[in-house]
Design a binder for this molecule. Structure first.
Ligand code: GTP
Ligand code: MG
Length: 341
């Protein structure tokens, strides 16, 4: 059977478990995950090689595209996050609509006209908005009911009934991203629906993200974990220095293990937020740095010297140029067009 390949966009409300699902499918931590909504800010590719299954499906490469959770935008950053969802839907072969099965059902009325303009989403309307997006698509859309490890079995059937009344999903698949339950079936069903085609990525590449961006994200994950209120949302991380070890690991006895030196700026919007990020006697910054360093060392495979400092950039979430500077896809595009000139 011929090889198959394609893009599978993962969309849903904030906190549905989209990034957890991406990581579980790929078997690597490529997207940060926290309990707070609006964790993901950019779309992220995760590449999965699927082995053929005799009599069932051929070998395939699936490019999963994780996206920010759909929510009512209030800043330019929010609008860009929503644009990432739209972009992910404009080029895809299959869409996964991920729903948190533990959320109490609040029926978006099928007769109520769904908000069309991005600016018109309200918190109650997120589901309706997502449905309005899905209804315009001409590709298969799967409903992925996530977090089934955390619900009573009896609640599953009413949930399926609720969602199937709202849209004619191609498949409805209950899964637990956290427990890696139901993922094999999901993958097999996806391959069935993918077109024939060649690989989009080399066989051993599992994400499109530059390492630097992943490092910045791991630092942001710790900020989200350890700080509260507005601070996580008003924080952005920029890697200012990334120095890889000059020589490969020396085997000589007594040779120092290789060290990667990283400096990162945490931008926040107010001096009060800066004070919180630093903490009493620098305690908060130390906690963020220590936790991030453990993960970064695992990622880069060397010891890491991590230097963090805080900058105040008033209202950066509404500044186009600042947001452009944060977006590595845009940076790469700019670099490419400058090289062409
Ligand atoms: N019990 C349970 N919790 C889960 C599962 N999948 C994700 N979670 C939790 O749900 C929370 C949100 O997970 P994320 O993967 O960050 O959700 P997301 O949809 O990417 O969220 P945004 O990036 O904010 O849109 C985290 O606390 C996860 O640990 C699951 O299968 N079961
Ligand atoms: Mg996410």
């Amino acid at each position: 059977m011929p090889f198959r390949s394609g893009f599978v966009s993962i969309i849903g409300r904030p906190n549905a478990g989209k990034s957890t699902l991406l990581n579980a499918l790929i078997g690597e931590k490529i997207a940060i995950v926290t309990r707070k909504p609006q964790t993901t800010r950019n779309r992220i590719h995760g590449v999965l090689e699927v082995a053929p299954k005799k009599g069932k499906h051929p070998a395939a490469q699936i490019v999963f595209v994780d996206t920010p959770g759909v929510h009512a935008p209030s800043t330019l950053l929010d609008k860009r996050m929503l644009q990432e969802v739209h972009d992910a839907l404009s080029s895809r072969d299959v869409v996964l609509h991920v729903v948190d099965a533990t959320r109490t059902l609040r029926a978006p009325s099928p007769d109520k006209p769904a908000a069309q303009a991005p600016g018109a989403i309200t918190p109650e309307d997120e589901d309706a908005y997502i449905l309005s997006l899905i209804r315009t698509l001409d590709c298969p859309v799967f409903l992925v009911l996530n977090k089934i490890d955390a619900i009573e079995k009896e609640t599953l059937l009413p949930l399926i009934a609720h969602w199937s009344a709202l849209h004619a999903y191609t498949e409805i698949l209950p899964v637990s991203a956290r427990k890696q339950d139901g993922l094999e079936k999901l993958t097999a069903k996806l391959v069935e629906h993918l077109p024939e085609g060649q690989r989009y990525y080399p066989k051993d590449q599992f994400t499109d993200q530059p390492e630097r961006f992943l490092v910045a994200e791991l630092i942001r994950e710790k900020i989200l974990q350890f700080t509260g209120e507005e601070v996580p949302y008003a924080s952005a991380v920029v890697i200012e220095r990334f120095e890889e070890p000059s020589a490969p690991a020396g085997k000589k006895p007594g040779a120092k293990p290789p060290l990667t030196r990283i400096s990162a700026a945490i931008h926040c919007e107010r001096t009060g937020q800066k004070a919180i990020l630093i903490g009493k006697g620098g305690a908060m910054l130390k906690q963020i740095g220590a936790a991030a360093r453990v993960e970064i060392e695992r990622l880069v495979g060397t010891r890491v010297y991590l230097e963090l400092f805080i900058k105040v950039a008033a209202d950066w979430r509404s500044s186009g140029p600042f947001l452009d500077a944060l977006d590595w896809k845009k940076q790469l595009e700019d670099l490419g067009s400058r090289q062409k000139e």
